[in-house]
Design a protein around this ligand. Structure first.
Ligand code: CU
Length: 474
C-alpha cells in the first residue's frame, strides 16, 4: 500500500474525529492556512449573437493550477486551467454551445439538467475527437434553474470530472426575474461548486478509482481536501443583506450535509431544475453528487459577523462567509415563489410504471441486473405519456439516480413523506440503501429512435463501472 493509500484509508476517520475546526488538513500532504484565500467566482459567458442565435464557445484544455502555495497541479478546464465559465441563458434562447476539444483524447461534454434533443445531449454518443469541434444547438425550453456541464466520456467520465472540467449553466426566465430574489451575480447571487480531491506528494491529483476493486471503486473516489470553486478552504465576503448561494455538489462520490454554525437557518428556494413552489426554512441541506440547492441566507443583521458552512457528515469546513456592512440594496425573498402545476406530471395520468433496481453483481454495479452497454437500448418511452419510475436500491451501499432530458417529481420515498425541499423538479435523487423512490415524469418535445439518453448513478465511479442504462423517446 502506498503512503497515500494509507492516508486515504485513515483520513476519513481522522476527519470525522477532528470535528469542524479545519484540522482535517493534517491528513493531507500540503499545509494551507484555513480561509486565507478568497472564493473565486467563475466568469460569466453570456454568448454572442450570431444570426439570431447565441453562440457560446468552450475550449477543453490542459492547464496548471495552484491549490497550495508553491505547489503546481496539472488540471483540466474549459477556457482555463480549471473548471469553466458560468453559461448564462434565458428561456427561449436559441443557442449554439460550441465545444473545442484541445485535449489529447476524446471528450464528451454533457449539459446536465438541460431539456434538449438526444443528439445535443453531450453524452458518450457525442464524443468529440481530439483537436475537433462539436456544436450543440437547441432552444432553451425550461424553468429558471441552476444546471451544470461536465464530461460524460465513455468510461472516462469520473476521471475527466476529477481532472477539473465542470461549470455552471444558469437559466433565467421572466417568471423568476419578477421575484424579489438576490440576483446580482458574484455579489449576492453566488455559484458554489463543492468538490473533494486528494493529492500526491508531487502535487499531482491522486486518483485511485480505476476499474479495480479498491475501496475507492466501491464507494467512489473520496478525496481528503475540499475545494470550493477550485479553491481550498476559501472565504467569501458578502453584503449585509439576503444572499443566494447556488450550491452544486460537483464531487465524484462524496455526499454532503451542509449546515451553518450557530444554527443559522436559511431558506431553500430551488432544487435541481426549478424554483420550489414555496421557500422552505432549513437548518441543513443534504446534497448527493450532482444535486443542486439554491438557498437564501439573510445576513441583514449580521454585519461584521463570520459564519462557517460545514459538512456535518465528515466534518469538513467548506467555506467561511464574512458579512460586510456594504449592502447597497435589499431584497425580500417571498415565501410563495412559483406555480409548478403546469410542469409537474400528473401521477393519476400515468400509463406505465417502470422499475429500476440498483444492485451489485460480482463486485460490479448494475441496474436491473445489467451493466452498461453503449449499443443496447434499455427502455423505449413514448413522448407525452406520463410514467412512474420506481428506483429501488437493493444494495447495502448508497447510490443516487440521475436521468437526462427531463425533470421528475418525487412522489414517494419508501414509506416516508417526501421532504418539502424535494417537492419540486429534479434530475437527480438520493436512493438510500434498501430504500426505494417513486417519481413521476413525462418526456416532452424530442423524439429520436436512434439517439439514446442515459440514466445512471451519479457516483461517477459507479457510472464508469457500468451502473447506467439508455433510453430513447419515440
Ligand atoms: Cu452508485
Amino acid at each position: 500500500m502506498t503512503r497515500r493509500g494509507f492516508i486515504k484509508l485513515s483520513g476519513i476517520t481522522a476527519i470525522a474525529l477532528s470535528g469542524c475546526s479545519g484540522d482535517y488538513l493534517g491528513v493531507s500532504d500540503f499545509e494551507s492556512k484555513p480561509f486565507s484565500s478568497a472564493l473565486s467566482i467563475p466568469p460569466e459567458l453570456k454568448g454572442t449573437l450570431v444570426n439570431g442565435k447565441k453562440l457560446y464557445k468552450l475550449n477543453a484544455q490542459d492547464g496548471l493550477s495552484h491549490f497550495f502555495e508553491n505547489i503546481t497541479t496539472p488540471t483540466r478546464g474549459l477556457n482555463g486551467a480549471l473548471l469553466g465559465p458560468t453559461i448564462r441563458v434565458d428561456d427561449g434562447d436559441e443557442v449554439d454551445f460550441e465545444v473545442t476539444n484541445s485535449l489529447n483524447e476524446p471528450l464528451a461534454l454533457h449539459w446536465h439538467g438541460m431539456h434538449l434533443p438526444a443528439k445535443m445531449d453531450g453524452n458518450a454518443h457525442q464524443e468529440i475527437a481530439s483537436k475537433q469541434k462539436w456544436t450543440s444547438s437547441f432552444t432553451i425550453n425550461q424553468k429558471a434553474c441552476t444546471n451544470w456541464y461536465h464530461p460524460h466520456t465513455h468510461k472516462k467520465t469520473a476521471q475527466h470530472v476529477y481532472q477539473g472540467m465542470a461549470g455552471f449553466i444558469i437559466i433565467n426566465d421572466k417568471e423568476s426575474d419578477a421575484i424579489d430574489l438576490p440576483k446580482t451575480y458574484g455579489v449576492d447571487d453566488i455559484p458554489i461548486v463543492i468538490q473533494d480531491r486528494s493529492f500526491n506528494d508531487d502535487g499531482t491529483l491522486f486518483y485511485s478509482a480505476g476499474s479495480g476493486m479498491g475501496m475507492s471503486s466501491m464507494r467512489g473516489m473520496l478525496g481528503d481536501v475540499i475545494i470550493v470553486n477550485g479553491v481550498v478552504n476559501p472565504y467569501l465576503e458578502v453584503p449585509n443583506k439576503e444572499v443566494r448561494l447556488r450550491i452544486l455538489n460537483g464531487s465524484n462520490a462524496r455526499f454532503y450535509t451542509l449546515k451553518l454554525n450557530n444554527n443559522k437557518s436559511f431558506k431553500q428556494i430551488a432544487s435541481d431544475n426549478a424554483l420550489l413552489e414555496s421557500s422552505v426554512e432549513m437548518s441543513e441541506v443534504k446534497l448527493t453528487t450532482a444535486e443542486r440547492a439554491e438557498i437564501v441566507i439573510d445576513f441583514t443583521n449580521d454585519a461584521g459577523k463570520e459564519f462557517i458552512l460545514s459538512d456535518i457528515d465528515a466534518g469538513f469546513d467548506i467555506l467561511k462567509i464574512k458579512v460586510s456592512k456594504n449592502a447597497t440594496s435589499t431584497t425580500k425573498t417571498p415565501s410563495k415563489l412559483i406555480d409548478l402545476s403546469s410542469v409537474i406530471a400528473d401521477k393519476t395520468q400515468a400509463v406505465k410504471t417502470r422499475v429500476f433496481e440498483l444492485n451489485m453483481r460480482q463486485m460490479r454495479f448494475t441496474i436491473n441486473g445489467k451493466l452498461f452497454d453503449k449499443d443496447r437500448i434499455d427502455e423505449t418511452i413514448n413522448v407525452d405519456e406520463v410514467e412512474i419510475w420506481e428506483i429501488k436500491n437493493l444494495s447495502n451501499m448508497v447510490h443516487n439516480f440521475h436521468m437526462h432530458a427531463t425533470h421528475f417529481h418525487i412522489i414517494q420515498r419508501s414509506d416516508r413523506e417526501v421532504p418539502l425541499n424535494e417537492r419540486g423538479l429534479k434530475d437527480t435523487v438520493f436512493v438510500p440503501p434498501k430504500e426505494s423512490v417513486k417519481v413521476v415524469l413525462v418526456m416532452r418535445d424530442y423524439t429520436d429512435s436512434k439517439s439514446p439518453y442515459m440514466y445512471h448513478c451519479h457516483i461517477l465511479e459507479h457510472e464508469n463501472a457500468g451502473m447506467m442504462g439508455q433510453f430513447v423517446v419515440v
